[in-house]
Design a protein. Sequence first.
Length: 317
Amino acid sequence: MTKKIVGVVASKRKMGNSELLTKVALLAAQQLGADVHLLRLTDFKVDFCDGCMRCVFDPRLRDRAWTCGLNDDMVYLAEEFLSCDGLIVASPTYALGPSAIVKTVIDRAMGLDIGRLYGEKVDGDNAGGEQGYWRMKPGAAIATAGPRGWSPFSIPILSQLLMSFGFRPIGSMLAFAPGPGQVMLDRSAVEMAGRLGRAVALNRAVDGQQGHCPVCGSEFFRLISRESVECVVCGLTGRIVEETEGSPISFNTSEIPSNRWAPSRLLEHRRSWILRTREMFMRDRPAIKEARREYEDDKLNIRWISGGEGRGETGGG
């Protein structure tokens, strides 16, 4: 069966570096027989999550793998993500990380029912256990940036988007180019994008960068002892090794199938925390209502600054 691979561009700029590398990756996958598609996130209306939790607790919305009470294009986007066999996400780097719409989409992933996605009921078993991770569809992250050292959050957050919607990151790349389209002059970047496209089509992992988390590509680690660290994104642990020519961290690869974003862990988080929050809130609701009372707007001498048409315009008048 022909594989459907979707490329997601998180940039408003047309024919920019992110779009071009995504096209390179998709064309490489197409050469292997994949049916390739491309979408630009900024072409869709994606509202901010308002934390209503209807996606979790409203039974009228629990008729598909992803759902939400907001009326925007996110339902369509989620269906595109979940219907494809591989996902490639790309973004420029703004202020140390990917464009803002990436985080907005990640926040909306709360509506994903991992149990339904992997054929298990939420109150059933553990979504395939450790094997559930390897059943996740392949995904790849592409980030572009200007100067080196100014894009630490780009790959980890793009990987989080992949994992939030049930994709297993099999590779990533970070390319550097100051101007739009200029990345195409970097032969190594173009070759790497093609390599990622082929990897997604074949569902084969690409070796990551030394010292970066092998699950999500993060280079941020929490020190849990003098010799041990934990990836702050996916929770993978490792041991600091003496300076060598290889990676400064020896990762516990046996933990990869049970990292924070594995289906079994997400399902457990849903059952042990998310589903319990309703009961916890309802129990404390009277006390919460009383504690909030003195902070109601009509009791405070605090003026809200509201937005409106023309508020951001410049010029005299």
